[in-house]
Design a protein around this ligand. Structure first.
Ligand code: FAD
Length: 399
């Protein structure tokens, strides 16, 4: 009969995979399993905090995919049987597949920072998984309610985590908003790391645009938050320094989403090891794990990579159904960040799997970051490129 491709997760990886499969292999039946009726993108969520965007402009429905012939099932995958090739859903139904693509994103590690559990996240939002948008709205409301002269504290996790430049874009967008609405406020960014993505570009821009508003504390200078008191709004570091703040955005360490852990696909790192030629899970042939849930090697956990790996996984799955090897893989990433409305910066990377698919090698001659210096035209152009990227990738997922 008709070959069946099942996709779990309708975000950057999953929606891209479902759409690409329908466009390139109309003979294959595609089912997408996603519990949320609408998808809110994490990309451009920081721009909502900055006052540059409204929530509804980063919210998408699945009607475009339905129109393309994807069967969209609004439910949660709760179990995978890789032998029977069956996905069990929360509602009790089971869906059989010939090939499975899994792109469920991340889970937050509630055991990693003492005192930071799901209840604490209602007081100290993470806003790092979009879901129904409640976390982002909570953080936005807290910023609006904060007194001028107050302190916004961020706790930033060690590598690897979703979107390496994301916390620093968030700092920038909060600073942009505060500069206009609460100019005496401060941002205290407590980081578990000593270095971060596009660091010189971000720090140049912070100095130029936001003066002394932003203090970034690296891990080797007591930046690592190990405990919180959500009611007292205290962030406590490794060396026992207690920072009382007015708004706390705690971005905890992460792992692959629950379904990847529960079905035994992840290893002890908390991420799923894959063959980088096809994104097939190392311990489960026939299941391609894409997006943030896999062990990315040098690739960032980005929507851009999720979209790229979706296409490689679909092409590999279709090839496997014909008994053919995966096509040659080459993966691209560009992560844009807004530091102000007309001020964009970017990092580009090009990656290829090695011969046996056990690793991904970054192309040393390709890629790079935006140049440093006082370059207002370049920054304005890149802010525009970022908007164009956002329009095109969301169209490549949902249109
Ligand atoms: P997601 O996009 O999160 O999709 C996962 C989907 O799976 C969700 O819809 C979820 O509901 C669903 N799901 C989970 N469990 C199940 C289950 N059991 N059954 C069925 N469905 C399930 N990336 C960029 O490239 N550029 C950017 O500018 C950028 N900015 C960012 C800014 C912020 C603040 C953040 C937090 C992230 C940003 N990212 C950016 C990263 C990007 O959001 C992620 O890398 C991307 O979403 C990963 O795609 P994914 O498919 O793995 O997960």
């Amino acid at each position: 009969g008709q070959a069946r491709l099942v996709v779990v997760g309708g975000g950057f990886g999953g929606a891209s995979a479902a759409r690409f499969a329908r466009l390139t292999a109309p003979e294959v039946a595609v089912t997408l399993i996603e519990p949320q009726p609408r998808f809110i993108t994490c990309p451009y969520g920081n721009l909502v905090l900055g006052g540059l965007r409204e929530m509804d402009t980063i919210t998408f429905g699945y009607a475009g995919l339905v129109k393309l012939g994807v069967r969209v099932v609004q439910d949660r995958a709760v179990g995978i049987d890789p032998v029977a090739r069956r996905v069990r859903l929360g509602g009790g139904e089971s869906v059989e597949y010939d090939r499975l693509i899994l792109s469920p994103g991340i889970a937050l590690r509630w055991d990693a920072i003492e005192g930071y559990d799901e209840a604490a996240a209602q007081l100290m939002p993470h806003a790092w998984i979009a879901a129904d948008g409640a976390q982002l709205r909570l953080l936005q409301r807290q910023l609006q309610a904060m007194p001028d002269g107050g302190v916004v504290g961020l706790a930033i996790p060690p590598n690897p985590f979703r979107c390496p430049p994301g916390p620093y874009e968030r700092i920038s967008m909060i600073a942009h908003w505060l500069k206009r609405h609460k100019p005496r406020a401060k941002i205290l960014a407590l980081d578990a790391k000593e270095r971060f993505s596009k660091q010189p570009l971000f720090q140049d821009a912070w100095r130029a645009l936001y003066g002394g508003m932003i203090e970034w504390v690296p891990g080797n200078v007591d930046g690592r938050v190990v405990q919180v008191d959500a009611r007292a709004r205290v962030l406590e570091t490794e060396l026992g320094t207690r920072h009382r703040v007015d708004v706390a955005n705690v971005i905890p360490p992460q792992s692959a989403a629950a379904i990847a852990l529960d079905s035994g696909l992840a290893d002890r790192s908390g991420w799923v090891p894959v063959d980088y030629r096809s994104f097939e899970a190392r311990n489960a042939p026939g299941i391609h794990v894409i997006g943030d849930a896999n062990q990315p090697g040098p690739m960032p956990k980005s929507g851009f990579i999720a979209n790229n790996s979706a296409k490689q996984a679909v092409a590999s799955a279709l090839a496997a159904l014909r008994g053919a090897p995966p096509p040659e893989g080459v993966y691209f990433n560009t992560c844009y960040s807004h530091v102000a409305p007309d001020y964009g910066i970017s990092i580009v990377g090009i990656f290829r799997p090695n011969a046996d698919g056990s690793a991904v090698i970054e192309d040393r001659d390709g890629g790079g970051t935006s140049p440093r210096g006082d370059l207002p035209d370049q920054r304005r152009l890149e802010a525009g490129y970022a908007d164009a990227w956002y329009e095109s990738i969301t169209a490549d997922m949902f249109s």
